[in-house]
Design a protein around this ligand. Structure first.
Ligand SMILES: [Zn+2]
Length: 231
């Protein structure tokens, strides 16, 4: 009790509420029981929870179908909302490009190992998901950038560019959440990534955005992860 004596009551309540929203970011290999083909939006992917080994979506199509000058693959169910996002942006004079889309488990392994070599394992874990744990493996996550700009992570804060600011304001109404918010690592487990969008559908995106929670915390509250039975 002694440790709590100096904690103001309001802060103590906030800490308890926060703990209820999402557990700490532990490293584990727990396989989700949710079928990613059916409910990709309900799957917690964090350092503890992962997709079934080797999972790959069966409906990948090039993002050129959403009007982008790229053949990177994404699930077909995302295309209509991604096209609507792009055309709404262009109507406002904002030109976006796709930097990264679906990534296989093997490709994510290579990406993550690259970060480990560059930053060391501990820091790499905060900027890059381990293979099996990436939202990109769902085929419903996409990294955007400004059409005339470099990869967004090369900038201090892409959300301060006209393109990044537009996406921050309009992503949810087109069915996308931005799961790695500024100053949100305690809840999201990863660094701020204003360029990383996860498609969850318009109804869920609106609910999650209105909650003010990081998407991981929203999922733990509304769809807490359940472990798959061992094969
Ligand atoms: Zn990403």
């Amino acid at each position: 009790m002694r440790a709590w004596r100096g904690v103001p009551a309001a802060l103590a309540v906030a800490l308890v509420a926060w703990a209820a929203a999402a557990p700490p970011c532990a490293i584990d290999e727990r396989v989700t029981a949710v079928d990613p083909d059916v409910h990709p939006e309900r799957i917690v992917l964090d350092p503890a929870w992962r997709l079934p080994p080797g999972y790959a979506p069966s409906d990948l199509v090039p993002v050129s179908r959403a009007g982008f000058a790229s053949d990177l693959p994404l699930r077909a169910i995302v295309i209509d909302d991604l096209r609507a996002l792009r055309t709404a942006a262009e109507a406002d004079g904002v030109r976006l490009a796709v930097q990264s889309a679906y990534r296989s488990e093997a490709y994510q392994d290579a990406v993550h190992q690259g970060w480990v070599r560059q930053l060391g394992a501990e820091r790499a874990a905060e900027v890059s998901a381990r293979p099996g744990h990436s939202e990109h493996q769902l085929g419903t996550a996409v990294d955007l950038r400004s059409a005339d700009g470099p990869p967004a992570w090369e900038l201090d804060d892409w959300a301060t560019t006209p393109e990044g600011a537009w996406v921050a304001e309009h992503a949810a109404r087109h069915g996308f959440v931005i799961p790695y918010p500024r100053d949100g690592r305690e809840a999201s487990c990863y660094d701020y990534e204003p360029w990383h969008l996860r498609w969850v559908g318009r109804a869920v995106a609106a609910e999650a955005a209105a909650s003010g929670l990081a998407y991981r915390a929203w999922l733990y509250r509304h769809h807490p992860p359940v472990e798959a039975a061992p094969p």
